[in-house]
Design a protein around this ligand. Structure first.
Ligand SMILES: Cc1ncc(C[n+]2csc(CCOP(=O)(O)OP(=O)(O)O)c2C)c(N)n1
Ligand SMILES: [Mg+2]
Length: 290
């Protein structure tokens, strides 16, 4: 019998602030796992540290709350150990675009077959409101009391230049759209980056539901061709700080190429977890250290 959305729930009560976008991401992930016919025991959800990092506690699959910024390396390890698993990586904008940014670039170019969902609330939530790499220029936060001087990064443009094969953005205020995008990311063979614009009612008083409501538009409704890499890159650079008034959501770019685990010779015959390591001759290697 196929697992339902309720099967992906746990008895834990989420410890997020009332109105936090994390609730909607959690709902959408559970719905997308059910929709794509995933099984609880063949799925693993890995997170970093942050409010978003608590998500694996609330999804009934295997889970791992790792270290700040190390979501993708841990998820990569899980996938390489058992490539039959469906692997979801989840974490904040600080986690993935700040301290862990280099991992994002390398995971894109490797085309690891997994789905990375970034809870992009444009702030450090858990540590109570410092500027993140996606905070808007001029934003006053605990760490930028006179207003943020730097421009934000363009994570989707970065992923496209690093040859990611599925690059998308969604918004926590539209759960059906968010669910569909996550489901498409899960079904995509290769690395999927899904940047989820998320409200943070406690620490981001700029990017509120009203702020998003007037600015968001759906690329797919505009007839965007997600196989056009140049167009996707142009769209990924559209943001308020670059003089645009609207914020695009939807699938920016989609392509097919072999995944890292497809090409890794060590995984050709069997998953690492199913290989008999007692037959591996380590004597020559160990002799080097004698
Ligand atoms: C190595 C390390 N540096 C700093 C911290 C402190 N820290 C915990 S969460 C966090 C930022 C969280 O922001 P984000 O990743 O955007 O997640 P959110 O809480 O907004 O979901 C920081 C700096 C840490 N736990 N580990
Ligand atoms: Mg954040």
């Amino acid at each position: 019998m196929m697992a339902t959305m309720a099967d992906f729930g746990t008895r834990e009560t989420p410890q997020w602030c009332p109105g936090c976008g994390d609730f909607n991401i959690l709902t959408a992930v559970r719905a997308a796992l059910a929709k794509t016919g995933k099984e609880t025991h063949n799925t693993v959800v890995v997170s970093g540290i942050g409010c978003s990092g608590k998500t694996p506690h609330y999804i009934r699959t295997y889970g791992f709350e790792s270290l700040h910024g190390r979501t993708l390396p841990v998820a990569t390890g899980a996938k390489l150990s058992n490539r039959k698993l469906t692997v979801l990586a989840m974490g904040g904008d600080g986690d993935g675009y700040g301290i862990g940014l280099n991992h994002l670039m390398h995971t894109c170019r490797r085309n690891m077959d997994m789905t990375y969902i970034v809870h992009d609330n444009e702030i450090y939530g858990l540590t109570t409101g410092q500027a993140s790499p996606t905070s808007m220029k001029g934003m006053k936060t605990k760490s930028t009391p006179h207003g943020l001087i730097e421009l934000p990064i363009h994570p989707l443009a970065l992923a496209i230049t690093c040859d990611a094969t599925f690059v998308a953005r969604a918004y926590t205020g539209n759960i059906p759209h968010l669910t569909n995008i996550i489901a498409e990311g899960i079904q995509h063979k290769g690395f999927s980056l899904i940047d989820v614009l998320q409200v943070c009612p406690s620490w981001n008083r700029i990017n509120t539901p009203d702020w998003f409501r007037t600015r968001i538009y759906d690329l797919q409704k505009e007839g965007h061709d997600s196989s056009d890499k140049t167009k996707a890159y142009e769209k990924a650079l559209e943001d308020i700080n670059s003089g645009y008034e609207k914020v695009p959501i939807g699938i920016f770019y989609k392509a097919q190429r072999p995944t890292y685990d497809d090409e890794l010779p060590q995984l050709k015959d069997a998953e690492l977890v199913n290989q008999d390591i007692t037959k591996v001759d380590m004597s020559k290697t160990l002799a080097e250290f004698e």
